[in-house]
Write a protein that binds this ligand. Structure first.
Ligand code: PEP
Length: 281
């Protein structure tokens, strides 16, 4: 089996004005240039994605390009030299256009150069009434437009203590992925984000993450078959730091991370990337 590429996504949430966003990227560029490449053979493949707020996407793209860090500009994932970064949006509407005040369409994200879009983040489910049905429409719309959806799933602490983790994950996956065929499946990214771990400083333990990721892999394999199921990246999200990323990435079915708070600190995000580029599963 070809190893799955490592994927690290920084979710900036509702942080950073345009000048602040540019400053963060400038700092990140500095750190990426300074961080030593890990000794030994180059990593299989490390994909880096940043998800700034909508308002800062254009400025972040042009700052990354200025530093040769945007995918398609200088740089590239093979050593030596700094890696390339892709852009993600944190959400989108499923329609191409229409009377949906305040919404942003997949076409608009494509315009801005986005390759990924986060879909169904628990904060959107919790505060903005996102349901599995709307998440599904967004997943399908993303795929129709050549955007890779990063589908977030995860249980509450209450559900975990009631032994419902697997059934919650199964239901979220089934409902969000119905109608996605196995050819499209290879474009989907799943992010396991236990809600109780997000922003809490208490990540899932390696055994908890291992169990949940194994279960997610089994579900998508049942849905799309072995070949596609093995190719889908499954990210872990929830209080990831430079200190704990190594042990999480050492788990077989953990292919990367969705990083919230820690990605707002460019030095720490750069360290996360270095560990991700060198840790072996
Ligand atoms: C997130 O909200 O996607 C997240 C993982 O946040 P944090 O890393 O801050 O827990």
């Amino acid at each position: 089996m070809t190893p799955r590429p490592r994927l690290i996504v920084g979710n900036w949430k509702m942080h950073k004005t345009i000048p602040e966003a540019v400053g963060l990227v400038e700092q990140l560029a500095k750190h990426l240039r300074r961080e030593p490449a890990a000794p030994g053979p180059p990593p299989a493949q490390l994909e880096i994605v940043v998800a700034p707020p909508f308002t800062a996407l254009a400025a972040v793209a042009s700052t990354l390009a200025t530093h040769g860090l945007l995918v398609g500009t200088e740089g590239g994932t093979s050593r030596p030299g700094p890696p390339s970064v892709e852009l993600a949006a944190q959400d989108m509407h499923w329609e191409d256009a229409g009377a949906y005040t305040g919404e942003v369409s997949p076409l608009m994200l494509k315009d801005l150069g986005c390759r990924y879009v986060i879909v169904g983040h628990s904060e959107r489910r919790r505060y903005f009434g996102e349901t599995d049905a709307t998440v599904r429409k967004k997943v399908l719309a993303a795929l129709r437009h050549g955007l890779r959806p990063i589908l977030c799933v995860g249980e509450t602490w209450d559900q975990r203590t009631r032994n419902q983790t697997e059934s919650v994950l199964a239901a979220q996956l089934t409902e969000a992925l119905t109608g996605v065929d196995k050819d499209q499946g290879t474009e989907v990214v799943i992010a396991y984000e236990p809600i109780w771990a997000i922003g809490s400083g208490h990540p899932a333990t390696p055994p908890q993450a291992r169990e949940a990721h194994r279960h997610i892999r089994a579900r998508i394999t049942a849905l799309w078959g072995q070949e596609t199921g093995e190719r889908v990246p499954i990210l872990y999200g929830g209080s990831v730091t430079a200190e704990n990323i190594g042990e999480l990435l050492a788990i077989r079915d953990v292919d990367g991370a969705l990083v919230g708070g820690a990605c707002l600190d460019p030095a720490q995000f750069a360290r996360i990337l270095v560990v991700a580029g060198s840790a072996t599963a």
